[in-house]
Design a protein around this ligand. Sequence first.
Ligand SMILES: [Zn+2]
Ligand SMILES: [Zn+2]
Length: 173
Amino acid sequence: MKYIYIQPICEVGEELLGYLVIKLEGIYGYPCRIAPPFRVPESSYSADRDQYNAEIIVEKIMEKMPINAEKLLCVVDVDLFVPDLNFVFGLAAGNAAIISLARLRPEYYGEKENEYLFRERTLKEAIHELGHTFGLHHCHDIRCIMHFSNRLEDTDIKGPGFCEVCSARIRRK
Ligand SMILES: [Zn+2]
Ligand SMILES: [Zn+2]
């Protein structure tokens, strides 16, 4: 039996993780397991940016990927970057992916707290990054979950579903 592992890094709310488990099982058809929390690798921290390098975190976590993991999704609550970008909501590399919660809360932008919106955004980012690990590329359809999110507005417009083309690609696997 193969699983999708959800790997919380530092503190991530249990309720949120439970929500991801139920939704991701339904969407990807693999049972999901929550791995014990992991500390954010210190080598991923950039003092200049006060952010964490998503590529380094994923690399470190992949070394510990369980044998029965089909995919691994890291969830962190620190702000992420990759060398060429100011920030990223998430990243996928091979069978592993990472998403950051840091910029998904309305409060981050000085807006009113909204737990429902935060949860939906988290789910969308999770589906999107896992979609890459299942071989999907970015999609032109702005309503499709595989559309690239440059800004949170893009995330709010799309998904959580796949367009017909992407959903057929997932099914063929
Ligand atoms: Zn993407
Ligand atoms: Zn699509």
